[in-house]
Write a protein that binds this ligand. Sequence first.
Ligand SMILES: [Zn+2]
Length: 191
Amino acid sequence: MTGIKRSIATEYEGITFRSKLEADYARCFDALGVEWRYEPKGQYFGDQFYLVDFYLPRSRQWVEVKGVFEPADVRKIAALLEHVPARPFTDEDCPDIALVACVPDGHFVGWARGVVSRYDDLLTLSRRASRDVELLACTECEGWWFGDIQGSWKCQCCGANEGGRHILSSVGSPLPEFPNVHALHFASILQ
Ligand SMILES: [Zn+2]
């Protein structure tokens, strides 16, 4: 087995993160200008108490930083997806991606709210219901959110989606010591 490492508590900005990976993501978010909160408080989603690592207040998305998901984690994910309030600026073409997992290799996967009802077992949920997402920025409000670029583009912070002209930037991390250093790239989608 590889990829399972003991977590090392890491201090950043006066916060003690449970792992270096979590602190790395906090630094990554800061470098980009993504507003975040670290574990504001745990809460119940249905009957499951879940202390999610980060909350992004502008896009109203929960972010879990983790390499390996155990069955207990999947149960909590399922509970969140079932009970979390609907987010604005979502529709059939722009799914309500309520929870995102940041994995050590720098990839992001997201789960859409309500997806649980389509998968009746947790194993399927963990394996098949996730989708690749990217961290995107809005040129209108400079807000960041995790989105599926296969779907329609709509800012998840301000709802901007005007004129069919969308500009987005997509980024992994600009930090040199980050696990997966993507090139910063900007994409313009003109429709
Ligand atoms: Zn916006």
